[in-house]
Design a protein around this ligand. Structure first.
Ligand code: NDP
Length: 250
């Protein structure tokens, strides 16, 4: 029996790479779709049963070509992970956020998930596959000046439950909302360097630590497995308990 096939967008580094690495360890074949060519190649070289297809997920032609390639070369698709994003949430003050910058963030962080899903669904339906969207706790709570990121991630959670209802029972669709995840020192960076996290960075989390990329990868692996077969349309929050902490200053 051939191994199941997943495509993970934005998997050239960070959380996406960790998801791809975990899935390959679980026996999946992976297609890494990312716009960063050098890192994308390095990522595929570091994994068994992985290959890289350079893809800008905001480009309709490129996304269509990606899924045509998946149908022809891999014979189908069992899992789509919509992970690619402009991951820096800050857009500066709303009065200086240009329409062009707004559209760029919404296109990259939300419309890309629609686009990939649009082209992936015929392949996923044939295999009764699944979709996992990587959202953020910033869909649910905010710091100042993060409107475009928050709106895109909130939209992604709404897209998740809408798709779950439209595409079930053949296709399950879920989201994971990470909180603070340390993505420094990605093994695909030419010069990986860890961010210096302080004791209070860790201690403010009810679980006592900042999250790691493998925490998110484990959640995605579970959502991709039959063990989660009764879950669809959900948003799995993975933030070390931070969303449950009430924060008022004296
Ligand atoms: P990174 O920036 O480390 O990785 C994102 C990857 O996506 C990069 O390789 C990036 O390429 C790529 N990418 C960006 N735009 C496009 C595009 N148009 N087409 C294809 N690939 C693209 O992000 P993280 O690993 O930190 O985040 C991964 C996901 O997790 C994102 O959806 C993010 O919003 C979410 N998240 C992250 C959190 C965190 O604390 N890190 C917390 C909550 C959610 P390039 O480097 O060239 O831009």
């Amino acid at each position: 029996m051939t191994s199941p096939c997943a495509t993970v967008t934005g998997a050239a580094r960070g959380i996406g790479f960790a998801i791809a690495r975990r899935l390959t360890r679980d026996g999946w074949r992976i297609v890494i779709a990312d716009c960063e060519t050098d890192r994308g190649r390095r990522a595929a070289e570091q994994l068994d049963q992985a290959r890289f297809v350079p893809t800008d997920v905001t480009d309709e032609t490129a996304v269509e070509a990606l899924f045509r390639d998946l149908g022809q070369s891999e014979g189908g698709l069992d899992l789509l992970v919509n992970n690619a994003a402009i991951a820096d949430p800050s857009n500066g003050p709303i009065e200086s956020l240009s329409p062009a910058a707004w559209h760029q963030r919404l296109n990259t962080n939300l419309t890309s998930a629609y686009l990939c899903t649009h082209f992936a669904v015929p392949l996923l339906r044939a295999r009764e596959g699944g979709i996992v969207n990587i959202a953020s706790t910033r869909a649910l709570q905010s710091e100042p000046d993060c409107e475009a990121y928050a709106a895109a991630k909130g939209g992604l959670i709404a897209l998740t439950h809408a798709l779950a209802v439209s595409l079930g029972p053949a296709i399950r669709v879920n989201a994971v909302s990470p909180g603070w995840i340390d993505t420094s020192a990605s093994p695909t960076d030419a010069n990986p360097q860890s961010e210096a996290l302080t004791a209070s960075d860790h201690a403010q989390h009810p679980v006592g630590r900042v999250g790691g990329v493998d925490d998110v990868a484990a959640a995605v692996a579970w959502l991709a497995s039959a063990d989660s077969s009764f879950m669809s349309g959900e948003n799995l929050v993975l933030d070390g308990g931070m969303r449950r902490r009430m924060i008022y200053t004296d």
